[in-house]
Design a protein around this ligand. Structure first.
Ligand code: SF4
Ligand code: FES
Length: 253
């Protein structure tokens, strides 16, 4: 298969960027999207050009590192899945494919297709943990967890922290990410004690980092590679309201 690529090139955070045209030829349909970019980079290096900077690590949809907007869609057109799980057979032979970084004000561009998503780390550092000593793994049945809660916590724990939810949202909201983290920890007995403090701190850090509020477009849910449902945002909103009300009458966290 042959493709025409339009790839965002930008030297660094401060310099202006632009889409640059490239051709890639004789690509097997079973080549992954990132392998196709590797092939392009090999060709660029051989011809004395500058390879395209992009992020990847696990290349199997579990680390959240690859973060590309392909033909206008965060994580590309094969949902649910990270862009490293996207294969060239998803495109038409001869198709023009536009590749851009995630477009979120809180994710400044580092170079070309790589962005700085440490804002998500700072949100987690604000409260996305439990501070009780958990010790070694206990016998599974010593702490009883209702099956429904265990299932929901497991669903939320699937979040890989990629930031595609914020990239897809017209308001650059990271609510799906925050709701997955608060949902996962708050549903389990070990995380419940700090639930309200965690929610207030994580939501306030999210605001401080410049992410918008949820605007009910559901664009986050549509692109999330982990299939996190937007219902977790509703859960977060309910619990934030309770946490803020308790705080306003003197509760300290
Ligand atoms: S909620 Fe989904 S889209 Fe958002 S960071 Fe987690 S895995 Fe990525
Ligand atoms: S490289 Fe790890 S999720 Fe894509």
């Amino acid at each position: 298969m042959n493709f025409k690529l339009k790839i965002w090139r930008q030297k660094n955070r401060k310099s202006p960027g632009k889409l640059v045209d490239y051709d890639v030829r004789d690509i097997s349909p079973d080549t992954s999207f990132l392998e196709m970019l590797d092939i392009l980079n090999d060709n660029l290096i051989r011809s004395g050009g500058e390879p395209v900077a992009f992020d990847s690590d696990c290349r199997e949809g579990i680390c959240g590192t690859c973060s590309l907007t392909v033909n206008g869609e965060a994580q590309g057109p094969d949902h649910p899945g990270a862009v490293c799980e996207l294969y060239m057979r998803k495109f038409r032979d001869g198709e023009t494919i536009t590749v851009e970084p995630f477009r979120v004000g809180s994710f400044p561009i580092i170079k070309d297709l790589t962005v700085d998503r440490s804002a998500l780390d700072r949100i987690v550092q604000a409260g996305g943990f439990i501070s009780a000593r958990a010790g070694s793994a206990p016998e599974a049945n010593t702490i009883l967890v209702p099956k429904h809660n265990a299932d929901l916590a497991m669903d939320a724990a699937a979040c890989i922290g990629c930031g595609a939810c914020a990239a897809a949202c017209p308001n650059s909201s990271a609510m799906l990410f925050v709701s997955a983290k608060t949902g996962h920890l708050g549903l389990l007995p070990q995380g419940k004690a700090e639930k309200y403090r965690r929610i207030l701190k994580m939501v306030r850090t999210m605001d401080k980092e410049g992410f918008g509020n949820c605007s009910n477009y559901y664009a986050c849910e549509a692109v999330c590679p982990a299939g996190i449902p937007a219902a977790f945002i509703a859960r977060l909103n309910r619990e934030y309201t309770v946490a803020a009300a308790r705080e306003s009458v003197g509760a300290t966290y």
